[in-house]
Design a protein around this ligand. Structure first.
Ligand code: PLP
Ligand code: COI
Length: 340
């Protein structure tokens, strides 16, 4: 594979094989691996008219011992079930989701970046309504697909702290779909992210849409904050996507590192008092935030703009250590891909 692994960004690179299964007459077919990357569908497909689509994101890694592994794919399968239910789509069975992950990664094994390269293989499962729908209602036919693409860091500069802004737009509504991985949430955030990028910010901090006084998340990652006495604090809200990375970090902090962890409402007002701030997610891993711009008023974290703060560094090293097989994590977190 002629790829400069250390220098790829977070973009799409077409790989050889993808998995496809169709839902018709009330049942999923057996599913196949295919080299066909193009999709043909009705001009009136449910996904094209009313955005009936949801997705997932997880990664495959080459571990230190050479095995190809994924991290907690059962939780992605579970979350996709929740997303499908919320969007009135049929559930793709979780055991078949895991089977598809194994098949796609195994078939594309040459695309899994080597251990230590800094790159990983991003896996994108997704599902969408395919038959014609013109009255507002769920489709009857769906396609589930899964492709893979090698990726580097989500934010340019990798582990360098980023600057974000507090957005005046919302990404989710109270009692809406913020807690599931609906494509529509990301469509909602496009204008906000284009605006933030134009102004020189790497991401947006979204506030709770009801009162705009509490921290929610960014367009593609949850927040973690570290207090001055070393407690990990993560915002709690019904409209935040329940990040698998965030849940894993909190468990690692508590059980392996013996730290205090609080999952609670976080007021915007208290953000200035934290010692460190980071964004966590599959794509973001843990990306440090050095500064938050609140409408011209700057919140600067004591960890600064040069490197990750010490606590976030420790969490980062432990999490990635587990993902790459250097550190033993809780039972069942690492799922080895059988190479067929
Ligand atoms: N929040 C949003 C809005 C996301 O899109 C993602 C990415 O999946 C996350 C958080 C992080 O979730 P996870 O750690 O499960 O990848
Ligand atoms: C992920 O982290 O997997 C996501 O889906 C986030 C997305 C913004 C790339």
């Amino acid at each position: 594979m002629n790829i400069d692994w250390a220098n790829i960004g977070f973009g799409y690179i077409k790989t050889d094989w993808r998995y496809v299964s169709n839902f018709r007459d009330g049942a999923w077919d057996e599913g196949v691996l295919t080299q066909e990357d193009q999709i043909t569908m009705s001009e009136c497909a449910g996904v094209l008219q009313y955005a009936q689509t949801c997705f997932e994101g997880l990664k495959a890694y080459t571990a230190e011992d050479g095995r190809i592994v994924t991290f907690r794919p059962d939780l992605n399968a579970e979350r996709m079930t929740d997303s499908a239910r919320r969007l009135e789509m049929p559930v793709f069975p979780p055991e078949r989701f895991i089977d598809a992950v194994e098949k796609v990664v195994s078939a594309n094994r040459e695309w899994v970046p080597p251990y230590g390269s800094g790159a990983t293989l991003y896996i994108r499962p997704y599902m969408f309504g395919m038959n014609p729908v013109i009255g507002v209602k769920p489709a009857d036919e769906y396609q589930f697909r899964m492709f893979v693409t090698p990726v580097g860091p989500y934010f340019k500069g990798g582990a360098k702290p980023i600057v974000i802004k507090i957005s005046d737009f919302d990404r989710a509504a109270p009692h809406g779909t913020g807690h599931v991985k609906a494509g529509l949430n990301y469509a909602m955030s496009l204008h906000a992210i284009v605006t933030a990028h134009k102004e020189g910010y790497a991401e947006n901090m979204y506030l709770d849409p009801g009162t705009r006084t509490k921290v929610e998340e960014t367009g593609g990652a949850n927040f973690i904050f570290i207090t001055k006495d070393g407690t990990v604090v993560t915002p709690k809200s019904d409209s935040i996507l329940p990040s698998i990375t965030r849940r894993s970090i909190c468990q690692v902090a508590e059980e392996i590192l013996g730290m205090k962890v609080e999952h609670r409402e976080v007021l915007l007002e208290e953000v200035k008092d934290f010692a460190e701030c980071g964004l966590c997610g599959t794509a973001a891993v843990i990306s440090p935030v050095g500064r938050i711009d609140d409408h011209g008023k700057e919140i600067d974290f004591p960890s600064g703009m040069e490197e990750m703060g010490p606590v976030i560094r420790k969490l980062y090293d432990t999490l990635t250590g587990i993902q790459l097989g250097r550190i033993k994590g809780p039972e069942g977190w690492i799922h080895e891909i059988p190479l067929a």
